[in-house]
Design a protein around this ligand. Structure first.
Ligand code: ADP
Ligand code: NA
Length: 328
């Protein structure tokens, strides 16, 4: 049976990018594979975090996983720091990695630059982020990792590190494959559509959050940048804003770009945007109401306790194999 692992950082309010690129795709696997879905709070602390806020966001993200459709009876839902093997194997993977290959990672380069500008220093954790992510995945011997397109390079380095380890110390790790959706793998900013939509964007108009109320979603889509060309056409080069909205439409409606172009032939962006708002609101508002219900229930703590226990049982098997292979 396939084993699925994925995680999201509790580093801000989840966006439509996180939903379409990752969380939405977690759900179908729970009926056909063994699933481990993690809230990766140790990745979040690779940049400075406010402790109280981080704690709250960790809990909120667990509720959001469930509100989005994850069933704790079918999938193991847990917090990374509650399973110590993540940090422990993370160290082994750090020791298998090279400084040069880490410095070449595009996420490192962009986040390092941002942090240096903002705080005047580059946290070392940003450099060692990929080996920790490799450990997360390899601990469960995952076969598939559902993530957005921005994680492609991290998935490659995960496979490289696993292969390098296996070659040197014997076959310990399964080589995981990335699983990216056809639509929504890279949702772009609504204001600067050449940049990915990110939960850490400071411009509130750039990002739709999973928990935005319908009227907020409406305002944000209405304000989303388009162009003066005036027809709904997929062309990332010349119409990046419209193309991004089309890929969001496609992810929600299941229609391909050609079908969407046909639907709005001869019409301006107004009708298209109105339909898009309806599509988003229809799918997101049940999640919003389930989320509100869950937040008030004490269930969440026991779900996370049980999740951590199940994850730990599995992770410790792989971890023990790895340290024995390394001579520790
Ligand atoms: P962020 O980059 O928003 O801080 P994370 O690093 O926690 O989010 O990533 C969580 C998951 O969301 C990953 O699988 C990532 O690929 C996916 N993801 C993040 N942003 C986008 C986006 N704009 N489009 C598609 N998927 C995304
Ligand atoms: Na990311």
């Amino acid at each position: 049976m396939d084993v699925i692992f994925s995680g999201i950082q509790p580093s801000g309010d989840l966006t439509l990018g996180n939903y379409l690129g990752a969380l939405k795709n977690f759900i179908p696997f729970q009926d056909k594979a063994e699933c481990f879905y993690c809230i990766v709070n140790q990745h979040a602390i690779t940049v400075p975090q406010d402790p109280k806020l981080l704690h709250e966001r960790t809990r909120n993200l667990a509720a959001l996983y469930i509100a989005a459709g994850l069933d704790p009876k079918k999938a193991t839902i847990f917090v990374q720091s509650e399973v110590p093997e993540h940090a422990l194997l993370g160290w082994m993977m750090i020791c298998s990695a090279y400084v040069g290959e880490m410095e070449r990672m595009t996420q490192y380069k962009s986040k390092a630059q941002k942090q240096e500008k903002k705080n005047g220093f580059i946290p070392l954790g940003l450099l060692t982020y990929p080996p920790l992510m490799a450990a997360d995945i390899l601990l469960y011997q995952a076969t598939f990792v559902p993530v957005g397109d921005d994680q492609r390079q991290h998935m490659e380095i995960t496979r490289d590190l696993a292969e390098r380890f296996n070659r040197k110390y014997g076959e310990v790790f399964t080589l995981p494959e990335m699983w990216a959706p056809e639509g929504g793998a890279r949702v772009m900013s609504l204001q600067e559509p050449t940049k990915k939509m990110s939960k850490s964007d400071d411009n509130e108009w750039a990002t739709i959050h999973m928990l935005d109320e319908p009227d907020v979603i409406t305002k944000k889509i209405k304000r989303a940048v388009t162009d003066s060309i005036g027809h709904v056409h997929y062309d990332k080069e010349n119409q990046p804003g419209v193309s991004n909205l089309m890929s969001i439409h496609s992810a929600f409606s299941g229609k391909n770009f050609e079908e969407i172009e046909k639907m709005y032939e001869g019409q301006g962006y107004g009708v298209f945007k109105k339909d898009l708002i309806d599509l988003i609101v229809d799918q997101m508002s049940p999640i919003l109401s389930r989320y509100k219900e869950l937040m008030g229930s004490p269930e969440l703590d026991s779900i996370l306790d049980e999740g951590a226990a199940k994850a730990h049982a599995r992770a410790s098997i792989t971890y023990n194999k790895a340290i024995h292979a390394m001579g520790l």
